[in-house]
Design a protein around this ligand. Structure first.
Ligand SMILES: NC(=O)c1ccc[n+]([C@@H]2O[C@H](COP(=O)([O-])OP(=O)(O)OC[C@H]3O[C@@H](n4cnc5c(N)ncnc54)[C@H](OP(=O)(O)O)[C@@H]3O)[C@@H](O)[C@H]2O)c1
Length: 290
């Protein structure tokens, strides 16, 4: 199977290229292919003739998107559309990533009284420009290409990239105390685990929208505390409300994803988030390979 990965220099893209190593995989970074340029996308997909395209390219700067909605739309909405159009012409399958930020509350309680995660059938209601641009990308892909997998994921953390866990570890080494929001609850997801599940999904032939996140849920505060513990850092962490941090983009306070489709169709499950976090910290601690 020939696989083309876009956004291959990003934290997920790097791990996707590794996960597909047993196949013929071509990773194109932003410098190699700008997904916002339709002629370049058409040429790359046409020339490489992949069986599967995994689109890990996106503008993920949530506050940056708020300040430049057209750029967000070009990359996060039109980019997947150009890829879907190219895949439609060549007969390729498209796996494209979306986000928990297409949702916002108010969340509902399940029969057990617990807030229930958003499942694949919940209506999207993005709170910020990034979420709107990603929801638009989803819609354009659905309207264009039957052979698509739209994968919503959340709170991504990998060993090679900027993310919440790596920031907390750095700040934990630099500062005497950390303040972390405890009123954002979500589904931490680790790119190694997600990349393996994408490989499974890409050959399943079961097209549509699916949520893929590590099992369990936590607040940003709980994630930071556990990350520091696992890294053996004893920096105190103080829980604070998100109102303490003024940022351009509003974030949902609850964006847990329920993995109903994956669970009931035999895909996954991904490991519990604490296991994924432990694996990430071990990978960060491991001496670099030559
Ligand atoms: N990070 C999260 O917490 C999170 C949560 C939910 C869903 N997701 C989704 O998961 C996917 C992967 O995210 P990630 O965390 O791996 O993000 P990332 O580390 O920011 O990687 C995204 C990559 O896309 C590249 N890129 C940006 N604009 C591009 C363009 N016009 N053409 C081609 N490449 C471009 C970036 O390159 P440059 O940096 O060089 O511009 C970067 O290498 C994205 O679809 C994202 O929306 C992420």
């Amino acid at each position: 199977m020939r696989v083309l990965v876009t956004g291959a220099g990003g934290q997920l893209g790097l791990d996707v290229v590794d996960a597909f190593a047993e196949h013929e995989v071509v990773g194109l970074s932003h410098a190699d292919l700008d997904v916002a340029q339709e002629p370049a996308v058409a040429a790359a997909v046409g020339d490489l003739a992949p069986d599967v395209v995994v689109n890990a390219a996106a503008w993920t700067d949530v506050d940056g998107c708020e300040q430049d909605p057209d750029r967000a739309h070009r990359i996060n909405a039109l980019g997947p559309w150009w890829l879907a159009r190219a895949c439609e012409r060549t007969g390729a399958t498209l796996v494209t990533l979306s986000t928990d930020y297409v949702f916002s509350g108010p969340p509902e309680r399940g029969p057990d009284g617990r807030l229930r995660g958003f499942d694949e059938l919940d209506p999207v209601r993005p709170l910020n420009v990034y979420g709107r641009s990603k929801a638009a990308g989803e819609q354009l892909v659905r309207e264009t290409l039957a052979a698509h997998h739209i994968v919503r994921t959340a709170w991504l953390c990998g060993a090679r990239g900027g993310n919440f866990v790596r920031t907390m570890l750095r700040l934990g080494r630099e500062r005497a105390e950390l303040e972390v929001v405890d009123d954002e609850v979500g589904s931490p997801t680790f790119t190694r685990d997600l990349a393996r599940a994408l490989r499974e999904l890409a050959t399943s032939g079961r097209y549509g929208t699916v949520h893929l996140v590590n099992e369990g849920r936590c607040s940003r505060y709980e994630l930071a505390v556990r990350a520091l513990e696992l890294a053996r850092l004893d920096t105190p962490v103080r829980p604070v409300g998100s109102a303490a941090f003024a940022r351009p983009a509003v974030r949902p306070t609850f964006s847990v994803l329920d993995t109903r489709h994956a669970r009931l169709s035999g895909l996954g499950p991904l490991p519990d988030w604490e296991q994924g976090l432990a694996d990430l910290i071990a990978e960060l601690d491991a001496p670099p390979t030559a």
